[in-house]
Design a protein around this ligand. Structure first.
Ligand SMILES: [Zn+2]
Length: 184
């Protein structure tokens, strides 16, 4: 089956010309700052001096039908939203657009990819009780935060798989290995 979905930029231009539609289907929409229409999730790395068009093309957002093709949805750009993967996965596949609008209105805002990354490290650190005493021990011996980061980087390299991001569980393992090395 051929892909009849319009290009991302065509979808963006449709919504840029329909502010009233955006109020219902794309509350976070800003043509110059690509983000998930439903939750506002974005990455600082998408823009970085690029034109709006290039930034939207770079953004890891998925073209999502309002009414699915299999339920009679059109391939017109107005039947498409650009959503992050979790929003695309959770959004309704239904033949009435009202369900999509209601779902979007209740969707929680998500912070940027970079903020989420830091929050994930912090959650992982909460589950490694040895980490704080290990860092204190390092500092009391005249070590620095850079020393700790060096150890951590080495343990991150043990786990890095090309093209995939560190999972929360991997972060926890990295922090536990770091703490053990600093505070044997
Ligand atoms: Zn989203």
């Amino acid at each position: 089956m051929t892909d009849t979905r319009p290009a991302k930029w065509t979808i963006v231009q449709h919504w840029a010309a329909d502010p009233q539609g955006c109020e219902v289907f794309a509350p976070y929409f800003d043509v110059d700052e690509p983000c998930c229409f439903a939750c506002g999730w974005y990455s600082e790395r998408w823009t970085e001096g690029r034109s709006a068009r290039k930034a939207w093309e770079r953004a890891t957002l998925e073209r999502a039908h309002i009414i699915p093709a299999g339920l009679g949805g059109a391939s017109h750009p107005g039947n498409f939203l650009l959503l992050c993967r979790p929003c695309h996965k959770d959004s309704p596949d239904w033949d009435e657009p009202l369900e999509m609008a209601n779902w979007i209105s209740r969707r929680d805002e998500r912070p940027s990819k970079e903020v989420e990354h830091v929050n994930t490290w912090l959650r992982a650190a909460d589950r490694v009780p040895l980490l704080k005493p290990a860092l204190r021990e390092l500092l009391s011996r005249g070590g620095t935060a850079e020393d700790a980061i060096g150890v951590m980087r080495r343990h991150v390299r043990r786990a890095v798989l090309h093209g995939s991001e560190l999972s929360e569980g991997t972060m926890e393992a990295v922090l536990r290995a770091t703490a053990r090395e600093l505070f044997p």
